[in-house]
Structure formats: structure tokens, C-alpha cells
Design a protein around this ligand. Structure first.
Ligand code: SAH
Ligand code: SF4
Ligand code: F3S
Length: 438
């Protein structure tokens, strides 16, 4: 292990788990700490402060973090001056228990406590600092983030969630829904455009529920589309119930809004959707998909599905497979139900065995693979515009970028990250496309 020199500037190593909102929060935290005089450490071994931004959505996510913390605690034993902090959704979910389970933690801070991080880290003392108060008003508006370089950037436009789906911990760990003022969103997008960002991804747990005064989500999309330099706009995750005509209309008529939607359905059984309190039926979801496809003919769709929720019977699961076939999603993120403390379904417990959940999950994945392969095969021969990101993983002079439908394409071309170029799709698998310059 290299000796840590005294550079004068304390170095922070920040590791992130969970969804895009957590990635965006880590960029925000990076910005806050940079302004407070901290530098970046590329590895935990080089850091004076190690922060882990965590996810609480499933038990597995928490177990991964606890395992990682045990590793990092070893570094701390070797260097007692090192400070170890746990941030994000797990901090909120597990509250003070964490300092018992992981007694080496110096800091536990929830998603609404990041402004105070420099203050917390500046404090000495032996007792860990725990700050997990949720703040109805915290939107972090106007705080500049340390964005990863690249042509795409995340912009958090709303925080929290008010839907309380019975399986989900998010409303408890992220608090009430609140929207960032449109002026602050526009300012951030302009600033990103000035730095060469071409594509913004607007984030929120129910992003299309955005509302700030007179400005709803459809209006916000149109306002951002006015910004020169921003060529593409995406957003995630919209909730089916908040998919208003105004949003569909903006997708249909505003060319910068890309023809791709991640529209979580969770189940294809009305009985399960009711037990989850998702707020829509299968027929309503299918009707929404039809309206979207009529308005945006080139639309690609992805979704989230939970298998083995409390009370899910073979018939319910068969209905989910049926829905998958009927919609033909371009991609699906599939999860085994994980009982979460604090949620409304917690006390109901688990009725589907782990083995049965695993069996349902693999059946779902197998079906989805074949559907995705067919959807991608249908791209062959088409000309698509890609936003160049950089070298493709498969190497050999290939570049990689996303099509408007958010499909990854690899192509041989001379171009720079941020260039928009037209390619012709020549081959496809269930996960990616191969293309040549058109
Ligand atoms: N706000 C988004 C979802 C955010 S969580 C929405 O409403 O669609 C991301 C995904 O994790 C969810 O869509 C769901 O499929 C999954 N998920 C949430 N809670 C879960 C749990 N307790 N067990 C398994 N999967 C869960
Ligand atoms: Fe969770 Fe439902 Fe809110 Fe999505 S809408 S974050 S699934 S409670
Ligand atoms: Fe996980 Fe928190 Fe996101 S629980 S999914 S990191 S909002």
C-alpha cells in the first residue's frame, strides 16, 4: 500500500450504489466537498475520508454494502485517522442501528443531509455523527455538482416520492415529493450545455409528477428544449399514473425529447397491482402503451417487474408473462420481491419461496431475452443517429453510443465524444447493436 503523503488537502473516496438518483447525488456531494477544499482519491487506500452512498431498495443491496464496509473497516484499523461514512438511503432506512452493526462508522447521513457534510467531516470527536432528518424543502437547487465528464449528464428535477407503493421503501428513505424550481433546472442545463453536454437525463422517482407552480413536467420538457446546445432530453422514471397528455404531447412534438421510456409496470396481474397499490390496472397500462406508441411511433419501452410479491400465485405470474409478450418491451429489469422494513407490505411477509421466486425470475428473463433479441433484430437496416460516447468495450477502433431509443450501438468511425452521427444498423443481439457509418 503506498504511503499517503501529506498534501495539505484531505482526499475523499466516494463509492456509489443504487439508482441514477444516487449517482446524481454523489455528483452533488462531490461538488459540495470540492468547494469545501477536499480533493478526490481514486482508491480507498489513498483517502482520508471514505464515503459510501448506499441503496436500500432490496435486502441484497444492503448486504453488499455491509460486506464492503467490513473490507473498508480493515483499512481503518491500519490507519486510525481515516474516517468512514455511510450516506444515502440505507442511512435513512437503518438509522442508528447502523452504528451498532458497523461500529467503526464515523458518520451516517441521509439524503437530505448533504449540505452539512463539510461541517460533519470537520468535526472531531469519538462519537459517530448521525444525521438522518428528512427535510421537506431540501431540493439542493443551485448547488453545482461535480459531473462526470461526457456528453450525457443527470439533472435531478424532483426528489422523494408520495406514492407509497406497498412494497417500496423509497418514500420512507427519500421523504416527500418536492420539485426543483424550473429556473434552477434551466440554469443547470445551460451550464451543462456550456460545458459541452449534449444530452440531459432528468431524474426523479416519479419524474413526470414534477410540478413547480404553473410549470408541470410537459412544460418543463419544452422549456429545456429551448436551450441551445442541449440536443437530447431523456427522463426517468415516469410513473404510469402521471403520464399526462401534456407529457405525451411533448414527447410527440418536441424533437429533442427522445423516443424512449422506462415505464415500470411491476406485474401483469390486476390482483397484484391492486395489492401493490400501483394505481392502475393492466388494461389501463396497455391503453397507455397504445397511446404512447400512436403518438411516438419509434418509441422504445423498458420496464421493471417484481416476481414473488406477497400472495403472487402461478396465475398471477402467468399474467405477467402474458403482459410481457403483449407489450414487447425492449428491455426489462426484473427483481425478486424483497420484504422491506417500514413498508406497508412488511407485516404481510413473504408467501413465495426463494426457489420459486428464482424460477419465476429465470422464466421472465428467458422470455424477455427472446423479445429483446427480436426487437433489436428489427433495427437491422435502419439508420439511427447515435450520440458518440467513446471507445466501445469490444475495442478494435470501434466507438460506442446510444441510439435515440437508448440502445447501445458499436460502430467503426472517426468521431469525438459528443458528436451526433448517423449509422446504419447491421447486426443485433438482445443487448446491443452493431452499426456502420451511414
Ligand atoms: N419510482 C420507480 C421505481 C423505483 S425503485 C417507479 O415507481 O417505477 C426501482 C425498482 O425496484 C422498482 O420499479 C421495483 O421494480 C423494484 N423494487 C422496489 N422495491 C422492491 C422490493 N421491495 N423488492 C423487489 N424489488 C423492488
Ligand atoms: Fe417506490 Fe412506488 Fe414511489 Fe416508485 S412510485 S419510488 S415504486 S413508492
Ligand atoms: Fe436505492 Fe435509494 Fe435509489 S433506495 S433505488 S438508491 S432512491
Amino acid at each position: 500500500m503506498p504511503k499517503v503523503e501529506n498534501r495539505g488537502q484531505p482526499l475523499v473516496y466516494l463509492e456509489t450504489y443504487g439508482c441514477q438518483m444516487n449517482i446524481a447525488d454523489s455528483e452533488l456531494i462531490g461538488g459540495i466537498l470540492r468547494r469545501a477544499g477536499y480533493g478526490d482519491a481514486a482508491r480507498p487506500e489513498d483517502a482520508d475520508v471514505i464515503l459510501i452512498n448506499t441503496c436500500a431498495i432490496r435486502e441484497h443491496a444492503e448486504e453488499r454494502v455491509l460486506g464492503r464496509l467490513t473490507d473498508l473497516a480493515r483499512l481503518k484499523r491500519r490507519r486510525p485517522g481515516l474516517r468512514l461514512g455511510l450516506l444515502g438511503c440505507m442511512a435513512q432506512h437503518n438509522r442508528a442501528h447502523l452504528t451498532q452493526r458497523a461500529p467503526y462508522l464515523d458518520l451516517v447521513a441521509g439524503p437530505d443531509s448533504y449540505r452539512r457534510l463539510p461541517e460533519f467531516l470537520g468535526r472531531g470527536g469519538f462519537d459517530p455523527i448521525v444525521d438522518v432528518r428528512l427535510d421537506r424543502n431540501e431540493t439542493y437547487a443551485g448547488l453545482a455538482s461535480a459531473h462526470e465528464p461526457g456528453p450525457r449528464a443527470y439533472v435531478t428535477v424532483m426528489r422523494g416520492c408520495d406514492r407509497f407503493c406497498t412494497f417500496c421503501v423509497v418514500p420512507y428513505v427519500r421523504g416527500r415529493e418536492r420539485s426543483v424550481a424550473p429556473e434552477a433546472v434551466l440554469e443547470q442545463c445551460r451550464e451543462l450545455a456550456g460545458r459541452g453536454v449534449k444530452e440531459v437525463v432528468l431524474l426523479g422517482q416519479t419524474v413526470n409528477a414534477y410540478r413547480a407552480g404553473e410549470v408541470d413536467f410537459g412544460r418543463l420538457l419544452r422549456m429545456i428544449a429551448q436551450i441551445d446546445g442541449i440536443e437530447r432530453i431523456r427522463f426517468t422514471s415516469p410513473h404510469p399514473c402521471d403520464m399526462s397528455d401534456a407529457v405525451i404531447e411533448a414527447m410527440a412534438t418536441e424533437p429533442k425529447v427522445q423516443p424512449y421510456l422506462h415505464l415500470p409496470v411491476q406485474s401483469g396481474s390486476d390482483r397484484m397491482l391492486a395489492a401493490m397499490e400501483r394505481g392502475y390496472s393492466v388494461a389501463e397500462y396497455l391503453d397507455l402503451v397504445n397511446r404512447l406508441r400512436r403518438a411516438v411511433p419509434q418509441l422504445a419501452l423498458s420496464t421493471d417487474i417484481i416476481v414473488g410479491f406477497h400472495g403472487e400465485e402461478p396465475d398471477d405470474f402467468a399474467a405477467t408473462l402474458g403482459l410481457m409478450r403483449e407489450v414487447g418491451f425492449d428491455a426489462a429489469f426484473t427483481f425478486k420481491y424483497s420484504v422491506r422494513e417500514h413498508t406497508r407490505a412488511f407485516k404481510l411477509g413473504d408467501t413465495v419461496s426463494e426457489e420459486e421466486k428464482a424460477r419465476r425470475l429465470s422464466a421472465l428473463i428467458e422470455l424477455q431475452e427472446s423479445i429483446a433479441a427480436a426487437r433489436n433484430q428489427a433495427e437491422i437496416g435502419r439508420i439511427r443517429e447515435v450520440l458518440v460516447e467513446g471507445p466501445a468495450r469490444r475495442g478494435a477502433g470501434m466507438l460506442s453510443g446510444k441510439t435515440p431509443q437508448f440502445k447501445t450501438a458499436a460502430f467503426p468511425a472517426r468521431a469525438n465524444p459528443g458528436d451526433l452521427i448517423a449509422v446504419r444498423i447491421v447486426a443485433a443481439t438482445s443487448h446491443s447493436l452493431t452499426a456502420v457509418p451511414a
